[in-house]
Design a protein around this ligand. Structure first.
Ligand SMILES: [Zn+2]
Length: 588
């Protein structure tokens, strides 16, 4: 046996070395890479940038006046470094600008205490300071709602249940382990398609009673031992978006002053996003949703909605429990908002012009917009910071790239990659017909690909949007031809922990707009740190959560990657054109 194994190993080695001999090794200018490292690590300006960008120019809600002011500051900064062609390009529709002017909530009865809370984006305001009774709308279905008829007018209404806030037995911040990185390195080609549909996705259009009984039957099938309480809990979780929409509609009809829910998060952190517009027909959120017909709070045709605020979990629970206990709870609050013209939906572009291949373009970027609860420091301030610091490093070194290097800071990523999708459609191409506008977002999708002449000229795009964590490698996005190139480009950064190349995809952000029209668009593997547990879309997305050394490493690697891409003899290799997807059949 041993001999046979040896023999197989020998053959394998010959095949591997023959394969390598076919390919010219990727050239790397190590002298220049060392200069980039020197500038990026020893003379970094990234944390100075991050301080002003997050503290003074954050948050940057899509379409808001804050976004516009931040864009003016950044474009002036880019110009002062000597970058060329600094300009704004109009992006897709966020029809309503919104800004928070003043907000507070404080309990005044049965005793006074300040309430930690945050208004949802695009919520309507309330006139002046008001004092109102708090009502706990403790209803799980329409029948239970009926008992609250006539009792909500002018009231502050608690619309979610008491939340279970368990102890944290695991650290919130962490880095990828060697075992996790090895698993990523060994992963095969990702499955085609946009992923599994939500198991309960088809229930959106049913009456609540029919939906619940069908869910109950399905749960019984897969979990025959589930008791009534477990079944009720699963159904409640799965139908929460519809239940909340129903309660919001009820609050509105009854003339409630404000609808308050228990914000996700604990320990003072509140995760916060947009106010909800109850949909004409309940639409399940997430996978299986039909976003094409969803009405958003920032849409021009958005209906009037009830003001919406999230209260920190522990305090929400306290208010709800006090009311259940028979206490009369009164709260004083103010919620002033401003509606502004829709003139802040644009991408920010700047360049280092190329030389002999200047018509060809290498791009890098992150999204400029953020949610409004923190200062958008890690989502995606760190992406903006890394991309502009990469540009500063290259400009300071006075490089004369062969291809043009272009940084793009995207509008309205949080609302569905709106800025990058609109840029890609205007410059490179788009899918027409087929599965609707979400095609590009899902990294492919249906529809006929209509290309523009610039499609030929875009070499590669690098995106940064996974928080503050340092780079540990890169996702190939299914492009195997990129592997030996990235292997050579990462080599100078091996001692800094960036070594892993995975065939896996990563989704959810702006490189997908490029990938969706057949252009090489990549994102790096990053240490998660506290991103999912604490900072992503929360009131804790602030300067303190940025790790300075990680930022320097990411900015330096980005600079090196775009430099290498701009200087290599060939354009960056593309994936072979995708074969048409087989139609979805049966009950997959
Ligand atoms: Zn983001």
């Amino acid at each position: 046996m041993m001999k046979r194994i040896l023999c197989v190993v020998m053959v394998a080695l010959v095949v591997v070395s023959f394969g390598l001999a076919q390919m010219a090794p990727e050239k790397v200018d190590t002298i220049m890479i060392n200069k980039i490292k020197e500038e990026g690590f020893k003379k970094s300006q990234v944390m100075d940038f991050m301080s002003t960008f997050s503290d003074v120019h954050g948050p940057r809600l899509a379409g808001s006046p804050d976004y516009k002011e931040a864009a003016a500051w950044v474009s002036q900064k880019l110009t002062s470094w000597g970058l060329q062609n600094v300009h704004f390009e109009k992006s897709g529709p966020v029809a309503k600008g919104w800004a928070l002017k003043r907000f507070y909530m404080t309990a005044i009865q049965p005793k006074g205490f300040p309430i930690t809370a945050f208004p949802k984006a695009w919520t309507p305001g309330i006139k002046g300071s008001v004092t109102a009774d708090v009502v706990f709308l403790n209803a799980k279905n329409e029948a239970e709602l009926e008992s609250y008829k006539g009792k909500l007018k002018g009231k502050i209404v608690l619309i979610s249940g008491v939340r279970d806030l368990a102890a944290h037995f695991e650290a919130e911040g962490r880095r990828l382990t060697d075992a996790e990185l090895l698993r990523m390195a060994n992963a095969g080609l990702p499955e085609a398609g946009g992923g599994r549909r939500g198991q309960f996705g088809q229930f959106g259009q049913m009456t609540p009673a029919a939906r619940d009984s069908m869910m109950r039957a399905m749960i019984k099938q897969t979990q025959p031992d589930a008791d009534e309480a477990t079944i009720a809990r699963i159904i409640a979780q799965r139908t929460e978006p519809q239940t909340m929409a129903m309660k919001l509609q009820f609050c509105q009809k009854e003339g409630a002053l404000v609808a308050v829910d228990a914000g996700r998060g604990d320990g003072g952190t509140i995760f916060i996003a947009s106010a909800t517009v109850p949909q004409p027909q309940a639409q399940p959120q997430g996978q299986g949703a039909t976003p094409a017909v969803r009405v958003n709070a920032y849409d021009a045709n958005a209906p009037q909605i009830v003001p919406q605020v999230s209260v920190a979990g522990e305090q929400y629970n306290r208010l709800a429990r006090m009311i259940e206990d028979g206490q009369k709870v009164k709260v004083e609050m103010a919620l002033d908002v401003a509606w502004t013209p829709a003139d802040s939906s644009f991408n920010i572009i700047a360049e280092i012009p190329g030389t002999d291949l200047k018509d060809q373009v290498v791009m890098l970027g992150g999204h400029f917009d953020s949610w409004h609860g923190g200062t958008g420091a890690t989502d995606d301030g760190t992406g903006v910071g890394a991309a502009v610091e990469a540009m500063r490093i290259l400009q300071t070194l006075g490089i004369k790239p062969r291809r043009t290097i272009r940084v793009a800071l995207w509008a309205a990523e949080e609302e569905g990659l709106i800025g990058s999708r609109s840029y890609v459609a205007q410059h490179f191409g788009e899918r027409v017909g087929g599965g609707g506008g979400m095609g590009g977002m899902m990294g492919g999708g249906g529809g006929e690909l209509k290309l523009k002449p610039e499609h030929e000229k875009l070499s590669v795009y690098f995106n940064h949007d996974n928080g503050s964590g340092k780079f540990r490698g890169i996702y190939l996005q299914g492009n195997e031809a990129a592997r030996p190139i990235f292997r050579a480009w990462l080599a100078p950064f091996a001692s800094m922990g960036a070594t892993t190349i995975t065939l896996q995809n990563t989704g959810g952000t702006d490189h997908l707009s490029f990938d969706g029209v057949g252009l090489p668009g990549f994102q790096f593997i990053q240490d998660p740190l506290e991103y999912e547990t604490r900072t992503h879309h929360s009131t804790a997305d602030v300067y303190e959560r940025i790790q300075a050394d990680d930022m320097k490493q990411a900015a330096t690697i980005m600079a090196a990657f775009v430099y290498n891409a701009a200087m290599r003899d060939e354009m960056f290799p593309r994936k072979p054109a995708a074969a048409p997807r087989p139609a979805r059949t049966g009950s997959n």
